[in-house]
Write a protein that binds this ligand. Sequence first.
Ligand SMILES: [Zn+2]
Length: 283
Amino acid sequence: MSFALFFSPLFLGCLVVASGWEKSIKLIHGWKTTFEARLQRATVRQGKFAKYISRPFWAGSRGIWNQTERIHRDDVRAAVRLAAAIYYFGFMILALVLFGYAALMIIIVIAMIVFSLWALGKYLGWDSPNGDSSSSPLYPVTSSRVEGLTGTRIEHYDEQRRKIGESLEREGILENYIEHIDRDGQKVGESHTREGMLEDYIERTDSDGKKIGETREREGLLDDYSEHTDKHGNKIGESRIREGLLDTYIEHDFSNARRFCTSCGARLAAGATFCTSCGQRCR
Ligand SMILES: [Zn+2]
C-alpha cells in the first residue's frame, strides 16, 4: 500500500506523458508564474513565517521548474515537474507538521509557565484590582499624518475631529519607537516593534512602561488593517488607512473596547457600570 503510494507521483507523471494532453502540460508549466508570485509576496513580507517557511518553500518550488528547464521534450518535462513537485510538497508538508508540533509543544510549555507565574502573582497579591482603574483610555476615531517643524507626527482626533493627542517617533538607545502624548503634552505611552514567533508585532505600553496591549498587521478580505488587542488578548479595535478627499488618514474602530474590563479583561454585560469579575467601575 505505502509502496504504491510512494510511486504514485511517478505513475502520475507517466500518465501525463502517455496522455499527451496539451492542456494539462501547459497548466503544469504555468505553475512557475504562481510560484514566482508567491515568492514575491513572501519576500516583501516581514515576520518569521514568511522568512523561514514561505520564502524557502516557494523558492524551492521555483527551483524545480528552473532545474528541469533543459529537458527538451515538453511532455516529459511536465511529467518530471509534476512528480518532483508532489514529492517536494509532500516532504515539506510533513516537515511543517513536525515543526508545527514541536513549536506547539514549546508554546504550551511557555503558556504553562506564564500561567503558573500569573497564578502565583494572584496568590501573593501582586496585582491589586484597583491599581490602574483611574486612567480609562481614550480611543481616537481618526488619525492623520502632519508634517511639522520638528518632523512628522500623527495626530489623533475624536468624533468631532477635536485633537485628543499625537504620536511621535523617538530615537531610543537600541531602536526607534513611537511615543504617544495626550492633548496637554503629557506622555501616555509608547509603541515598540517586537519580533514574534511567526510575525513581528507592536507592543503598546502605558506611561510607566507597563504593557497594555499589542497591535498586529492583518490581511482582510478587502484590505489590510491593524488589529489591536488589550493586555488580556481581547480584540479591542481595528485601524485602516483611508483615502480622503484631501489626504490619506487612518480610521479607527475601537467600538469593541467597551465590551471588556480594562482591569481584568472579563467580558462586560451591555451597559454595565461595573465589572462583575473584579469590581472595577466602568466608564
Ligand atoms: Zn474586571
